[in-house]
Design a protein around this ligand. Structure first.
Ligand code: PXP
Length: 252
């Protein structure tokens, strides 16, 4: 995803299309099919998180999306040896390194870059050598931003979860923290993205921050897609049933 000065890009996370498929152990809905619709609708990139427990996106999805989607792929993953090998084989445009806990419902906090700087330096270098742009998913904390730059990551994604969960006066506080973090990221020569917990009612404040290149949004878009598509889905099923009843009666 190339920086454009006044434009802001949307990376659509299609993990929860896979969630719906995995809860039934069937072959639909297909995250790959979703990427085609994302492209038609003006989405700028596809984000998927290949979790260690494979609870939604599967290895085959990563390959299928990389091979068939025309949009740049941002592969979110934990900084493990297993994931590094997968990334180097698949060659996504970007890899976003996230912390991962098995029991969490979703990525809970940002990566603590300061605690594992030496490890991440080597980890990022291997991905860079493979031609992959590395992004670090971090809280909007000055120490994390400076350390991200020090370990050689060219890109960060600021965790917007605290902003999304804030209420009343805390909203302004969290927004101010993000604005400062974006500025500090840019001063350190980093490309700055943001995401997590963004939805139709809270995205405007974040989209308006100058300097953010891309917002990665998943859950709210998939949830909205279910509701905006429900009318068509129900009426199509009802039409099919009525037609079958009429035609079936004629066939007997
Ligand atoms: N960015 C990162 C790094 C994430 O881990 C996630 C969740 O997978 C998202 C963005 C998207 O968050 P949400 O589904 O809340 O929009």
């Amino acid at each position: 995803m190339k920086p454009i000065e006044t434009e802001i890009l949307l990376g659509v996370n299609v993990d929860h299309v896979a969630t719906l498929r995995q809860v039934r152990g069937v072959t639909y809905p297909s995250p790959l099919h979703a990427t085609e619709i994302v492209e038609q609708a003006g989405g700028d990139g596809i984000t998927i998180h290949l979790r260690e427990d494979r609870r939604h996106i599967q290895d085959a999805d990563v390959d299928a999306i990389k091979q068939n989607s025309r949009l740049p792929l941002n592969l979110e993953m934990a900084a493990t040896t297993e994931m590094q090998a997968i990334a180097i084989r698949v060659q996504p445009a970007e890899c976003c390194l996230v912390p991962e806990k098995r029991e969490e419902l979703t990525t809970e906090g940002g990566l603590d870059v300061t605690k594992q700087a030496d490890y991440l330096k080597d980890y990022c270098a291997a991905l860079r050598e493979a031609g992959i742009t590395v992004s670090l998913f971090i809280d909007p904390e000055p120490a994390q931003i400076e350390c991200a730059s020090a370990v050689g990551a060219p890109m960060i994604e600021l965790h917007t979860g605290a902003y999304a969960e804030a209420e009343n006066s805390k909203v302004k506080q969290e927004l101010a923290r993000l604005v400062k973090a974006v500025d500090l990221g840019l001063e350190n020569g980093l490309i700055v993205n943001a995401g997590h917990g963004l939805h139709y009612h809270n995205v405007k404040n974040i989209a308006a921050i100058p300097g953010i290149l891309c917002l990665n949004i998943g859950h709210s878009i998939v949830a909205e897609a279910i509701m905006t598509g429900m009318f068509e889905a129900v009426s199509r099923m009802k039409r099919l049933m009525l037609t079958a009843r009429r035609e079936g009666a004629g066939n007997r």
